[in-house]
Design a protein around this ligand. Structure first.
Ligand code: AMP
Length: 285
């Protein structure tokens, strides 16, 4: 079946209403397009879990700061459409900016605490844009389940917080990071990397691997792990670290002493040349 392309809010809502009335469940994967295997793993998961799968492609202006890469963010709708058709996606919601943010627009969703640290500290307006667009997309697609990648672990935690706080009746699923063969986390932004940057970018994965090995060997002092991980990053001259942190998996509170039986995210945000990359490992002590 060819994938259905939907560009207006009213058509999207009618499409979903029809399936819900017929007793079908709807799975939803929000994306900014320029799809790779990480995105497609979420689509596959949705197809396994729900009757109908909708993917949105929308490069959301409100989650980019003025100095960020909104204008040059990679876009290729025809390629995305082909990949989604091959994966068996039922519908693509592909609105333009004016459809989502008309001139009269003035409503935002802000999750307060968890959005102020780590990514939120470096990108102060980012999560407000994310929670606003995800709320809007939820109201357009009306899914039963939504699928997010662990690649953006803090974002997934923010969405879970929002859904809980606002009593939104949608099940949030967080799926593992899909990586290249050498360990680099797949990202639409990897296209920005030069050949040399691409090699240097592996240092995020290497640093995370070092941290994981230290914890597995019994290190329980988060600062010691972070120091060693930072040292590994510093071996690459063109790497500019924004942060390395170890955070409690549920709350994203920073961890100092790692406790047995508890799960933590080790998180890195780092510039390689001009490209900002993020990656993380989830570890259980
Ligand atoms: P984006 O298009 O970058 O906004 O990402 C859309 C969704 O795909 C988000 O939930 C991301 O966390 C997820 N995602 C991005 N990269 C990966 C990856 N390498 N593995 C799994 N999920 C990913």
């Amino acid at each position: 079946m060819p994938v259905k392309i939907i560009t207006t809010v009213s058509e999207m809502q009618n499409y979903s209403r029809g399936f819900s009335k017929a007793g079908k469940t709807i799975g939803f994967v929000p994306t900014m397009g320029y799809l790779h295997k990480g995105h497609l793993s979420l689509v596959k998961k949705s197809k396994e879990t729900c009757d109908i799968t909708v993917v949105s492609i929308f490069v959301n202006p409100t989650q980019f700061a003025p100095n960020e890469d909104l204008a040059k963010y990679p876009r290729d709708f025809e390629r995305d459409k082909k990949l989604l058709e091959e994966t068996g996606c039922d519908a693509i919601f592909f609105p333009d900016s004016a459809e989502i943010y008309p001139d009269s627009f003035q409503s935002y969703v802000d999750v307060t605490k968890i959005t102020r640290i780590l990514e939120g500290a470096y990108r102060p307006t980012h999560f407000k844009g994310v929670t606003t667009i995800v709320s809007i997309l939820f109201n357009c697609v009306k899914p039963d389940c939504a699928f997010f990648g662990q690649k953006d672990a803090q974002q997934a935690a923010v969405i879970k917080r929002m859904v809980k706080d606002l009593k939104i009746d949608i099940k949030i699923n967080v799926e593992p990071i899909v990586r290249e063969d050498d360990g680099l986390a797949m990202s639409s932004r990897n296209i920005y990397l030069s050949k040399e940057d691409r090699e240097n970018a592996l240092v995020l994965y290497k640093s995370l691997t070092l941290g994981k090995e230290m914890i597995e060997a019994g290190e329980r002092n988060a600062d010691k792990v972070i120091d060693a991980m930072s040292g590994r990053i510093a071996e690459v001259k063109s790497a500019r670290l924004d942060y390395i942190a170890i955070a409690k998996a549920e709350t994203f509170d920073l961890a100092f002493k790692l406790e047995p039986g508890k799960s933590y995210y080790m998180l890195i945000a780092c510039r390689i040349g001009a490209t900002r990359l993020i990656d993380n490992f989830l570890v259980t002590v």
